[in-house]
Design a binder for this molecule. Structure first.
Ligand code: ADP
Length: 218
């Protein structure tokens, strides 16, 4: 598993790095020399470097999760975390004109704060990223569960089991377009396994996806 992870990670990092080297080399050798083309190549370089940065952040997060021997728990206000994350994503939500409907009650869990943030952030991030323009996101939070439903592109049945694997992305082309790392749901799954939360995925292609985290143990 470790070997496969290293192979996948190297591959994922290599493609943006190859682009970065290519663009910089073209600027250095004067193949790209007018101001506009240099600007465009620089922009692409920044985009690829940001992608590498995201992959590394997610890899570090996953490796931290796996190496934690003692998990520091505290009383975490889950409703507050949901609200804070939605606030942080205001510009993405606004530019895609996504409507959010939520039914959230005050809710505390005894867990690690970073785990709670990562769990909810990754699910909200996907519901926005894979949603359509003018799409809807419905969020429910109560004592039993957290669920998030979007009206996005959906996940084909044959991929539904695999999306929780590291680096697995449905339709590589489209996922690349939206800039995912393929590690978000692996992080979500790992956090759920630490707390024995049950995770349920329901999705219909072109209609949307619903992910539910049941706080009650399996
Ligand atoms: P990524 O960083 O690529 O979003 P994830 O591990 O979070 O990685 O998700 C894995 C893949 O599952 C995504 O690349 C995408 O193809 C699919 N996916 C995840 N969430 C959704 C969603 N809400 N709607 C449609 N597809 C999704």
């Amino acid at each position: 598993m470790k070997r496969e992870f290293f192979a996948n990670a190297s591959h994922e990092l290599k493609s943006p790095l190859t682009s970065i080297i290519g663009y910089q080399q073209m600027i250095y050798e004067g193949i790209i020399d007018d101001e506009i083309s240099i600007m465009e190549a620089t922009q692409k370089t920044i985009k690829e470097a940001s992608r590498m940065n995201k992959i590394i952040i997610d890899m570090l997060e996953l490796s931290k999760l796996e190496s934690e021997i003692e998990v520091k728990k505290e009383i975490v206000k889950i409703n507050q975390i949901v609200q804070d994350i939605l606030n942080n994503y205001q510009s993405e939500i606004g530019s895609k004109k996504i409507n959010i409907f939520s039914n959230i009650i005050d809710m505390n869990l005894n867990m690690n704060l970073n785990h709670a943030i990562e769990l909810i952030r990754n699910l909200i991030d996907n519901a926005i990223k894979y949603n359509k323009e003018n799409g809807i996101i419905r969020i429910i939070l109560n004592n039993q569960l957290f669920s998030i439903e979007d009206t996005g592109i959906g996940i084909p049945l044959e991929d539904q089991i695999r999306v929780f694997e590291r680096f697995y992305r449905v339709d590589k082309g489209k996922s690349k377009e939206v800039g995912g790392t393929g590690l978000g749901l692996a992080i979500v799954k790992h956090i759920c396994s630490i707390y024995k939360f049950e995770l349920k995925l329901e999705s219909k292609i072109n209609l949307g996806t619903k992910i539910t985290v049941f706080f009650t143990m399996k």
